[in-house]
Design a protein around this ligand. Structure first.
Ligand SMILES: Cc1cc2nc3c(=O)[nH]c(=O)nc-3n(C[C@H](O)[C@H](O)[C@H](O)COP(=O)(O)O)c2cc1C
Length: 205
């Protein structure tokens, strides 16, 4: 039993470590059920007061992929890193917020849901990229999304066509960059930088 538990934790840590934003995809089509399972994982995420204001559209129809792509922007720190034709996502999950359920926690709720989707994709060997730099008006029109919902973000999905790697941040820069071989590197802040020491006061003042 303990062994089984340990194995599950290892699998999760592996998916967390392997998950990178994937922006270049292979031509292989998606199994639509994988998109469905990503949403299945999203709906189990922790939610403030369990309100669950997040909604989803699954977009996989071939005729919608190119118009969807035109609503996106990629890798702001790099020049010309948007995926070329043939390397573009094979599906999108549109993350919506039901307006009447909006609260000050809605963004946080959406974040928890999206991370579950990204980890599910990583655990399946799929590539995904969370996209916030999107043309919401165009997407609303293209997909006929009603005013009851705001468009929060997109998750672009496909089979990975690149193999980015994270590394310990060495310089002052948090900007991802390409090495000489064209591989994407993503600096992550070191443990020593993110762990803040506490100075406990137990005198109840
Ligand atoms: C809220 C949010 C919005 C993002 N929007 C975009 C985007 O519009 N385009 C893009 O290429 N990447 C986008 N990203 C991906 C980030 O650039 C990426 O997560 C970051 O560089 C760290 O890389 P990693 O995901 O591989 O760890 C977004 C990430 C988040 C969390």
């Amino acid at each position: 039993m303990l062994l089984e538990k340990e194995r599950t934790v290892m699998d999760l840590m592996e998916a967390i470590g392997r998950r990178r934003s994937i922006r270049h995809f292979s031509p292989e089509p998606l199994n639509n059920y994988d998109l469905y399972e990503m949403v299945q994982a999203a709906r189990l995420a922790p939610q403030a007061a369990n309100v669950q204001p997040v909604r989803y559209c699954i977009v996989h129809q071939p005729q919608l992929l190119e118009p969807m792509f035109e609503c996106t922007k990629w890798a702001g720190y790099l020049e010309n890193y948007a995926p070329a034709e043939g390397c573009r996502p094979k599906g999108y999950i549109v993350v919506l917020i039901e307006e009447k359920l909006k609260s000050r926690w809605t963004d946080v709720d959406a974040g928890a849901c999206v991370e579950n989707m990204l980890l599910t994709a990583a655990s399946k060997g799929l590539g995904a990229c969370w996209l916030g730099a999107i043309d919401r008006d165009k997407i609303r029109h293209l997909l006929g999304i009603s005013d009851e919902y705001s468009i929060h973000s997109l998750v672009a999905v496909g089979h990975p066509g690149e193999d980015p790697v994270w590394e310990e941040k060495d310089s002052d820069s948090i900007k991802y960059y390409l090495d000489d071989a064209g591989r994407l590197h993503v600096p992550k802040r070191r443990m020593g930088e993110i762990l803040v020491p506490i100075t406990p006061n137990l005198d109840q003042k």
